[in-house]
Write a protein that binds this ligand. Structure first.
Ligand SMILES: [Zn+2]
Length: 167
């Protein structure tokens, strides 16, 4: 089981201790809490979260889904990877590092949440970026196909009809 504390850590979500052990407070990403405003409460005893302002609540999987902006099913698949996991991925996420390098992304998978970035804000950019990468990839595939076809034409022996015409 992945604990709710672990979910917070994986998403770079900061939990602040309260006077009660196992109870944490945090800034709600939806309500935009700042400074001493803490509407979100997380219990590592019950593995639950609850925002007193927007009313968002649930367990560890729901928390992960909420922070990542993905469906409950997708969150579950991410937390407990199985054979079905790939079905929830954006097609661009299935591209290998080598394929990405061909497109010019040489450092890392560009949709990983960068450190220090609010995951809530990040997810808005993520989808657009994945769509863009996927479009680029399809375009690149088309280009490669055309190049191959052109090459095949150049290498292909002359057609008998062509010979007849030139004679
Ligand atoms: Zn809230």
């Amino acid at each position: 089981m992945v604990s709710i504390e672990e979910v917070a850590a994986r998403n770079g979500f900061v939990l602040y201790p309260t006077s009660r052990p196992g109870q944490w407070k945090a800034h709600c990403p939806v309500c935009g809490d700042k400074g001493r405003d803490f509407h979100l409460y997380v219990s590592s005893v019950k593995d639950t979260f609850y925002c007193h302002k927007c009313g968002e609540k649930g367990g560890a999987v729901a928390f992960h889904a909420w922070l990542r902006g993905i469906s409950f099913e997708a969150a579950k698949a991410e937390m407990y990877p199985q054979g079905t996991r790939k079905q929830n991925l954006h097609p661009a996420e299935r591209l290998t590092a080598v394929q990405l390098a061909e497109l010019g992304f040489t450092t890392h998978k560009p949709w990983r949440t960068p450190k220090g970035v609010n995951p809530w804000e990040w997810r808005r950019h993520r989808k657009a970026m994945l769509d863009w990468v996927w479009e680029e990839w399809q375009e690149y595939e088309r280009f490669k196909r055309e190049q191959t076809e052109r090459l095949m034409c150049l290498l292909a022996p002359e057609e008998p009809t062509t010979t007849q015409v030139s004679v």
